[in-house]
Design a protein around this ligand. Structure first.
Ligand code: ATP
Length: 313
């Protein structure tokens, strides 16, 4: 059976005779994500539905294909799993692991995290990114909106739409597409001279760590050029509540020189990262979850964290 194209979130629809489509969980620029149930196994999944016409119009079909290839390659506890991809005449359907705890973004929008909670998420983020890099995959759009949480407090990296493979390296061994989200983007990515995807991802991890601990961004300005200037210079200050160990790690990650920036092994060796997370912090009770609040949170996202997409400046 062909996939149905009815997107009405109130009326479950049968997809390929395989999935029953349920309520809308959220939507992004190009996709709507629905709760769905695999009829044969009864398993719940997140069904991401992308309209082909819209994607073709803005020339992003290659990106979608890349997202599919990458997600098939990166199977890891801290990365959202892609189960299968289906297509109809007008839509592409991604059946993905359902992650029910919302975005890490929602937690920060409520305020900063305690260091041990931030450590738990950061350790999981680094584990996922290390795995991607070891397979020659660079995410290139790491930010709290692309980090989902499951009910057990496990972090899951998603949205590989802007990712790159080692094969995309130019002759100089570097990536050249300027992409990402301004507040999280590394200085060398804006610089247009080419960049190492792994080092650029680690800069974004540094911004994420800062945001988790501070509750606000390290580089902010209403004027984008002024913000980029701060990013170039690595012009930020850690708030007084950061522990000396956290301050040291953030500073090593937000080093504008990619050659001296902390690598994954340096991160793992840092005293802040190495501290074990108390069992209590790992329990459901300690890590409270927020329900999805699609529209609300998208509006809040723009105003609170000044985040928006740039592709090929
Ligand atoms: P963007 O505009 O950032 O490119 P997009 O169009 O690629 O986004 P997504 O961000 O992937 O769409 O998904 C849209 C919404 O659906 C998000 O709010 C996200 O929280 C939710 N969502 C995405 N994947 C899942 C999942 N696996 N489980 C549950 N909810 C999800």
């Amino acid at each position: 059976m062909a996939a149905a194209d009815n997107n009405n979130s109130n009326h479950p629809t049968l997809l390929h005779g395989k999935y029953e489509l349920g309520r809308l969980l959220g939507h992004g620029t190009f996709a709507k994500v629905y709760h769905a149930r695999h009829l044969q196994s009864g398993k719940n999944v997140a069904m991401k539905v992308v309209g082909k016409e819209k994607v073709i119009k803005v020339g992003m079909m290659e990106q979608i294909k890349r997202e599919i290839s990458v997600m098939k390659m990166v199977k890891h506890t801290n990365i959202v799993e892609l189960h299968e991809v289906m297509a109809s005449k007008s839509k592409i359907y991604f059946a993905m692991e359902l992650v029910r705890g919302g975005e890490l973004f929602n937690k920060i929008a409520k305020g900063r995290l305690r260091e041990e909670v931030a450590r738990l998420y950061f350790q999981q983020l680094i584990s996922a990114i290390d795995f991607c890099h070891s397979r020659g995959v660079y995410h290139r759009d790491l930010k709290p909106e692309n980090l989902l949480l499951d009910e057990e407090g496990n972090l899951k990296v998603t949205d590989f739409g802007l990712s790159a493979f080692t094969e995309h390296l130019k002759q100089d061994g570097l990536l050249h597409t300027t992409c990402g989200t301004p507040a999280y983007v590394a200085p060398e990515v804006i610089g247009k001279k080419g960049y190492d995807g792994a080092k650029a991802d680690l800069w974004s991890c540094g911004v994420i760590l800062y945001v988790l601990l501070a509750g606000f961004l390290p580089f902010q300005d209403d004027n984008i050029v002024a913000m980029y200037r701060k990013i170039y210079k690595g012009d930020f200050k850690c708030p007084p509540w950061f522990s000396p160990e956290a301050r040291r790690l953030v500073t090593k990650l937000l080093d504008p020189n990619p050659d001296t920036r902390a690598t994954i092994s340096k991160i793992r060796d840092s005293s802040w990262f190495k501290k074990s997370v108390p069992i209590a912090v790992r329990t459901k009770q300690e890590i409270e979850f927020d329900a999805f609040s699609g529209e609300d949170h998208k509006a809040k996202q723009a105003e609170t964290l000044n985040a928006f997409h740039i592709i090929s400046l």
